[in-house]
Design a protein around this ligand. Structure first.
Ligand code: SF4
Length: 266
């Protein structure tokens, strides 16, 4: 079985504990306005034109986005990084896009990585069927679970889909007892108003179990904005500025009231 992957990041320290190898998988059913991985949205291989400027000259070449990997390819990559992974108590993370979109491959890859002794994590929007999540729970050590907005109507406006199934899956994973890190993307003017922050704090406090290892506050940034042109997708966040460091520190203190560890960044 093969999975379509658009990027492999070695020595990753923001996608779970220790040093990890993160595989970014193609395909996402959401269309978050702030997405910084637009190359992960389409489920297909794509060819884009990459332009580089050197001095006053521009050079363009075609770039293939998305390459097929077998689970054996993944293990080969991990085995080469084994020393760093083991010494740092790291592992492998499947991110995207939305890794649950390639559930058959994901399940096989998680199962194979676990049986080879690697700590496994997935970074998910939470959007998939409950059955799909149940099928990978035994092979997944950690879920990095995004909560983008608690209000269904606002969630649809911001991401194109309802959050009802997502929140049901969050509860399902909580009941499973597996480790969870909640990831909240802080998007100024979209989900950081005091009412929503209070509602989110109450929600996290009420649903808290020992499985929740951390809340990651992920400040909005524009690092991926230049990719939009390449993928012919309109960038809708041009007028939004990243939250200040001071604001993020205050938010960190605010969410610490949940009793859960809070970190700014992944
Ligand atoms: S869930 Fe992630 S990958 Fe998908 S559109 Fe949103 S930010 Fe992008």
């Amino acid at each position: 079985m093969k999975g379509l992957i658009f990027s492999v990041k070695k020595y990753s320290i923001h996608d779970g504990p220790g040093i990890r190898v993160t595989f970014f998988m193609k395909g996402c059913p959401l269309s978050c306005m702030w997405c910084h991985n637009p190359e992960g949205i389409s489920s297909f291989q794509e060819t884009v034109i990459r332009t580089k400027r050197i001095g006053d000259r521009e050079f363009s070449n075609n770039e293939e986005v998305g390459k097929y990997y077998t689970t054996e390819n993944i293990i080969e990559i991990l085995d080469k990084e084994k020393v760093f992974i083991n010494q740092s108590e790291g592992g492998i993370t499947f991110s995207g896009g939305e890794p649950m979109m390639q559930i058959e491959f994901l399940r096989e890859a998680l199962m194979t990585c676990k049986s080879n002794g690697y700590h496994t994590a997935i970074d998910t929007s939470g959007y998939s069927s409950a059955e799909n999540f149940k099928s990978i729970i035994p092979f997944t050590d950690l879920f990095l679970f995004d909560i983008k907005h608690l209000d269904e109507k606002r969630h649809i406006e911001l991401t194109g889909i309802s959050n009802i199934g997502i929140l049901d899956n969050y509860k399902l994973l909580l009941e499973s007892g597996k480790d969870i890190m909640v990831r909240f993307p802080v998007i100024p003017g979209f989900n950081d108003d005091p009412d929503h922050l209070e509602r989110l704090k109450q929600f996290l406090t009420k649903t808290k179990t020992g499985s929740i290892k951390k809340i990651n506050l992920l400040p909005f940034h524009k690092i991926g904005s230049s990719k939009y042109k390449r993928f012919n997708i309109p960038y809708r966040m041009g007028s939004v500025e990243p939250p200040s460091g001071e604001k993020m520190k205050l938010m960190k203190e605010f969410f610490r009231e949940t009793g859960i560890k809070v970190k700014i960044g992944g």
